[in-house]
Write a protein that binds this ligand. Structure first.
Ligand SMILES: Cc1cc2nc3c(=O)[nH]c(=O)nc-3n(C[C@H](O)[C@H](O)[C@H](O)COP(=O)(O)OP(=O)(O)OC[C@H]3O[C@@H](n4cnc5c(N)ncnc54)[C@H](O)[C@@H]3O)c2cc1C
Length: 338
């Protein structure tokens, strides 16, 4: 049995209204939590939201850049009929304390040096603008953003994007796709816009049908590698107790935070639970194979992943696995967290 995940309490410094249905929470991370809350552009926080009989967990990407002097900020769009986004809209004020796990996620560039081709739809701009601002601040390449929205009023960060483009001396190009003018995004439309920039490293975030269109567009352009971030509500809850699932016995050698140790891996337990039960502090969030927060690299042995919605073929080829979904297939398995 694995206990609930320890979380941090972080006060909200300011609430900024971005559009009619979107707002940002600027966080006043206390100095003693600065290390735990260091983040990479594209990462998210997992926030605990109370419900009548406990809590639910929801992920919100950081829209701030760790390279541009911003305070850590999450941006939330109200979902019609949604619990957490509307609860936050009703409760979050300056001074309100957010229960949250530290930053996590793998929707991040390995390096900020190259050129970037960024796709976002609606609130999918949140992790994308963090990458965009970071690349402009810390890199030297060109950044192209293709940003789809229903209409002009729904464009989040429109003034900020204008300002960034004006200040970027030709390094940032923002192309808006408005459904009100062009109809819904199409693969042919996206491919036409992206063609001149297809050699750049591509990132896309938005609803599933939009991501499918972007994938199709990039495949028409001969590009297979697109980093994708899906915005889903978590069904499992890392803030509450969870039960282990089936598997086989092994010894797990783990390199985490610069220390290597061997831990027994009982049959019938997911790798993540083994690490937590051993008193280690591995990163994780959704426990559903969706978010990628628990990704680590397999350096020996074999595992079976029950479910994977986030690691792409190239990640798997590099040995990345999801600890929350992994069961041992060999008596000895070794992993490393980088
Ligand atoms: C890695 C990641 C990063 C994310 N980053 C962001 C971000 O930066 N900004 C952002 O706004 N969102 C982000 N999200 C999405 C966010 O976590 C939530 O999914 C979103 O806010 C909706 O949550 P909710 O509780 O308001 O809606 P939910 O209560 O989860 O409802 C979602 C939808 O399902 C419907 N629904 C709910 N319950 C039922 C039911 N029982 N039967 C039928 N339909 C139902 C609702 O009507 C609604 O349309 C991210 C998600 C992930 C995984």
């Amino acid at each position: 049995m694995t206990g609930p995940r320890a979380y941090h309490q972080v006060p909200v410094a300011e609430v900024i209204s971005e559009t009619d249905d979107t707002f940002s929470l600027v966080l006043a991370v206390p100095p003693e939590l600065a290390g735990a809350f260091a983040y990479r552009p594209g990462q998210f926080l997992t926030v605990r939201i109370p419900v009548e009989d406990g809590s639910v967990a929801r992920c919100y990407s950081l829209s701030s850049s760790p390279h541009a002097g911003d305070l850590p900020t999450i941006t939330v769009k109200r979902t019609a009929g949604g619990h957490a986004s509307n609860w936050l809209a009703g409760h979050a004020r300056a001074g309100f304390v957010l229960d949250t796990l530290p930053p996590a996620g793998t929707f991040c560039p390995d390096s900020l040096e190259g050129d970037f081709l960024l796709f976002a739809a609606g609130s999918g701009i949140t992790p994308v603008i963090s990458i965009l601002k970071s690349a402009l601040a810390a890199g030297r390449g060109r950044v192209v953003l293709i940003y789809a929205n229903r209409d002009e009023r729904s464009v989040i960060f429109s003034a900020e994007l204008r300002r960034l483009a004006a200040e970027a001396a030709g390094r940032l190009l923002v192309i808006h796709w408005l459904d009100s003018l062009h109809g819904g995004p199409t693969a042919a439309g996206m491919a036409g816009l992206a063609r001149p920039y297809r050699a750049a490293e591509a990132f896309a975030c938005g609803p599933d049908p939009y991501l499918a269109v972007v994938r199709q567009a990039m495949s028409q352009l001969g590009v297979k590698a697109v980093h994708l971030e899906r915005f889903l509500s978590l069904a499992e809850n890392p803030f509450e107790v969870t039960e282990p699932t089936g598997g086989v016995a092994a010894t797990l050698q783990v390199c985490l935070d610069g220390t290597t140790r061997d831990v027994p891996w009982p049959a019938g337990t997911r790798m993540l639970d083994v690490l937590i039960d051993e008193g280690l502090d591995p990163p994780y969030s959704c426990r559903e194979g969706i978010c990628g927060a628990c990704a680590c690299q397999l350096t020996g042995g074999e595992v079976d992943m029950a479910h994977n919605e986030v690691l792409e073929a190239e990640d798997l080829a590099e040995g990345y696995i999801l600890a929350c979904q992994s069961l041992a297939l060999t008596p000895e398995v070794s992993i490393t967290y980088s």
